[in-house]
Design a protein around this ligand. Structure first.
Ligand code: SF4
Ligand code: SF4
Length: 117
């Protein structure tokens, strides 16, 4: 396991989880991910990615929601857990993410090469 992936795993575990409005995917859209995350996501045809991007959608959003939920990028996991990325439907964990973890996530995002999923 690379140091970046180890860090990624640690950050994933420190992000609080919460239940979304059933069937909602309002916050899904074009997102970026690190090389480590990309290597765990299925490769998609350029045509599929281009079509999703043209609609400002995420290419991994399927009819029944996120098709890569277990490997969704860090930014998807962070959404809704901080007032800076608040859920527009008012959903949130019992306790929002702690400031240190949020700061470490932003450092990880800046220090890793991010590409569009
Ligand atoms: S975080 Fe909010 S907007 Fe995003 S999927 Fe969950 S309920 Fe919907
Ligand atoms: S990876 Fe999944 S959770 Fe993230 S934007 Fe795409 S569909 Fe939504």
């Amino acid at each position: 396991m690379t140091p970046n992936f180890r860090k990624l795993q640690q950050l994933r575990e420190r992000i609080p989880s919460f239940a979304c409005v059933p069937g909602c995917h309002d916050c899904c859209g074009p997102v970026t991910a690190s090389t480590e995350e990309m290597s765990r996501l299925p490769r998609l045809d350029d045509a599929v990615r281009d079509a999703a991007l043209a609609e400002l959608a995420c290419p991994h959003l399927g009819e029944h929601g996120c098709t890569v939920y277990g490997e969704r990028p860090l930014i998807c996991r962070l959404f809704g857990t901080t007032p800076r990325l608040a859920c527009p439907r008012g959903m949130a964990p019992d306790r929002m993410i702690d400031a240190r973890t949020e700061r470490e996530i932003h450092i990880f995002l800046v220090q890793t090469r991010q590409v569009l999923v």
